[in-house]
Design a protein around this ligand. Structure first.
Ligand code: URP
Ligand code: ZN
Ligand code: ZN
Length: 483
C-alpha cells in the first residue's frame, strides 16, 4: 500500500519547494509533482517537514525514589501528537549496575513505543566493567554516552571519571554528553539554604545559579578537548553556559548545545508562584532562568551557536512532586514537554520571526540526526529516507491544556498557552499516527534505531589528536626515552 502527500510545500533544513511525496514500505519512494498513490493525504496550505526528533527524554526513568510517569507508550503517543517521530531516551544504569544489564532493561520498556527511538547510555559510575562494556554498547548501535556532573551521591561522576570516560568515548568513536552543573557546589548551596529555612521550590532555583552551569560547561568542554572527543551539552539554560559553548565553537572545538523548549519560553518567575504545587511542578535542573538568559538562548539558535531544541521530558505527577513538600531537595526534578515542543517552538520561534521555517526544521530534527549519525535515514525529506514526516498546518491553533494532552500527568507547564501551528498528519515510517486531530498511534510500532560509531567529526578529531600527540624528543647519545 502506498500513500501520497499531495499539494503541500516541502520544508527541509535548507530548501522550501512545492512537491508531492510518495511513501511506500515505510520509506519515501518519490518526491515530485503530480504523484499518485493508494491513499491520498491532502496537504493544501501545509508544510511537509521531517518529523521532529527529541534527543532528550526520560521515559519510565527511576529517579529520586520514584519513576517518571510517562512510559514509552504514553511518551511516544504524546510525541507523535505534537509532530515528533523519534525520541532518544537515556539508558540509566544504577551505580554499580552493568551497562548491558541496563540496556536490556531499556529494550524491555521500549517495546511499547509507537514511534522509532534510540538511546544514549549514561555513565553513572566508573570501573573496568564500564570501560569494557562501553565497547559492547557501541557494538549494539548506541554511540553516545551521557555523564551527570550533578546529582552528587547519586548519578554524579567526578572529573577523573569524566576524563577516563571521555577518553574511552574518543577511542570508540562515540559522542560524549554532559549534564553540566557543578554538583559539589549545588550540594553545598542546598544544605545552606535548608539550614537557613529556605525549604520551598524557589530554593531549588537559588541552589542552582547560572554560575554552577557555566563553570561545569566550561570544565566539560576543556576535558573533552584534552580527551579529543566531541561534546554535546544537554539542557543549556543560561548565558554563562552558552558563552562557554559559543567560545569553544569559535575556537574550532566540536561542541553542541541543546536548549530546551521550557527554558526558551518559561522563566524563573514560576518558582515564586504562591501555589506550592504550581512552583514544584516546574522544578527541574537546571531551573528556569530570567529573560536575559532566554534572549541568549534564542540568539544562539539564530546564530548557530546552539544547535538543537529538546524537552528533557521527565514528567512527574503532582503527587510525586509532593515528596518534597517540606524539603525542596526531595522534589523529583523534571518537567514534560514532548507534545508541546514543536507547536511551542513554531509559535514562539517562526511565529515571531526569530526563526525561519528551515531553521525550525534544523533545530527540531535535522541537526540532531546529523550529530547522532542517523541522517538521512532520519531528519530528512529525501528518497530512501524513513517516512517520518509531519504535515504542518501553520493556521491550526489550540490552547494547551492538561485536560486534552496525551501525557499521563495531571498538569502541563504550558497550560493556557495559545499555539498556532500544529500537525495535520504525523507519519511514523509510513503509518499515519495523527490524522487531523485523531490519534491513531499503534503501540509497538516503534523500532530501535542503531547508529554507527566513528562519524566524520570523530575521525577528524582522532586524526588531529594523532598528529599533535606528545612525542619524546630523541636526543643524540641518549635512549629514545630521553632519560
Ligand atoms: N532535568 C531534570 O530536572 N530531570 C531529568 C534528569 C536530568 O536530565 O537531569
Ligand atoms: Zn540533566
Ligand atoms: Zn535529562
Amino acid at each position: 500500500m502506498s500513500t501520497v502527500i499531495r499539494n503541500g510545500t516541502i520544508v527541509t533544513a535548507d530548501l522550501t519547494y512545492r512537491a508531492d511525496v510518495l511513501v511506500e514500505g515505510g520509506v519515501i519512494a518519490a518526491i515530485g509533482p503530480g504523484l499518485g498513490g493508494d491513499e491520498v493525504l491532502d496537504a493544501s496550505g501545509c508544510y511537509v517537514m521531517p518529523g521532529g526528533i527529541d534527543p532528550h527524554t526520560h521515559l519510565e526513568m527511576p529517579f529520586m525514589g520514584t519513576y517518571s510517569a510517562d512510559d514509552f507508550e504514553s511518551g511516544t503517543r504524546a510525541a507523535l501528537a505534537g509532530g515528533t517521530t523519534m525520541v532518544v531516551d537515556f539508558a540509566l544504569p544504577a551505580p554499580g549496575q552493568g551497562l548491558l544489564d541496563a540496556l536490556a532493561m531499556w529494550h524491555n520498556k521500549s517495546g511499547r513505543a509507537s514511534c522509532d527511538y534510540s538511546y544514549h547510555m549514561a555513565v553513572t559510575w566508573w570501573g573496568e566493567q564500564v570501560f569494557d562494556e562501553m565497547a559492547a554498547v557501541v557494538g549494539q548501535g548506541i554511540t553516545s554516552f551521557k555523564h551527570f556532573m550533578a546529582y552528587k551521591g547519586a548519578l554524579m561522576v567526578n572529573d577523573d571519571e569524566l576524563y577516563a570516560s571521555f577518553r574511552r568515548c574518543a577511542d570508540l568513536g562515540a559522542l560524549a554528553m554532559v549534564h553540566a552543573e557543578n554538583g559539589d557546589v549545588v550540594a553545598e548551596l542546598s544544605a545552606r539554604l535548608l539550614a537557613e529555612g529556605n525549604r520551598g521550590p524557589e530554593a531549588h532555583a537559588y541552589s542552582r545559579p547560572p554560575q554552577v552551569e557555566g563553570e561545569a560547561t566550561n570544565r566539560a568542554i576543556m576535558i573533552a578537548d584534552m580527551a579529543g572527543v566531541p561534546l554535546y551539552v544537554v539542557h543549556t539554560s543560561c548565558e554563562e553556559a552558552h558563552e562557554a559553548i559559543r567560545r569553544a565553537r569559535m575556537q574550532g572545538k566540536r561542541v553542541w548545545g541543546e536548549p530546551l523548549i521550557q527554558h526558551l519560553t518559561l522563566d524563573e518567575g514560576e518558582y515564586f508562584h504562591p501555589d506550592w504545587d504550581h512552583a514544584a511542578r516546574r522544578v527541574m535542573s537546571p531551573p528556569f532562568r530570567g529573560k536575559s538568559h532566554q534572549d541568549s538562548l534564542w540568539a544562539g539558535l539564530q546564530s548557530g551557536s546552539l544547535s538543537v531544541v529538546a524537552t528533557d521530558h521527565c514528567a512527574f505527577t503532582t503527587e510525586q512532586k509532593r515528596f518534597g513538600i517540606n524539603d525542596f531537595t526531595k522534589i523529583p526534578n523534571g518537567t514534560g514537554g514532548l507534545e508541546d515542543r514543536m507547536p511551542m517552538l513554531w509559535t514562539h520561534g517562526v511565529g515571531t520571526g526569530r526563526l525561519t521555517m528551515n531553521e525550525f526544521v534544523a533545530v527540531t530534527s535535522t541537526n540532531i540526526a546529523k550529530i547522532l549519525n542517523c541522517y538521512p535515514k532520519k531528519g530528512a525529506v529525501l528518497v530512501g529516507a524513513d517516512a517520518d514526516l509531519v504535515v504542518w498546518d501553520p493556521e491550526k491553533t489550540k490552547v494547551i491544556s492538561a485536560g486534552s494532552q496525551q501525557s499521563e500527568i495531571d498538569y502541563n507547564v504550558f497550560e493556557g498557552q495559545v499555539v498556532k501551528g500544529l500537525p495535520r498528519y504525523t507519519m511514523t515510517r509510513g503509518q499515519v499516527a495523527v490524522m487531523d486531530g485523531e490519534i491513531r498511534t499503534q503501540e509497538g510500532h516503534g523500532r530501535f534505531v542503531a547508529r554507527e560509531a566513528r562519524p566524520a567529526v570523530n575521525r577528524a578529531l582522532s586524526a588531529w589528536k594523532e598528529l599533535t600527540a606528545p612525542r619524546p624528543v630523541v636526543r643524540s647519545g641518549l635512549p629514545a626515552s630521553g632519560v
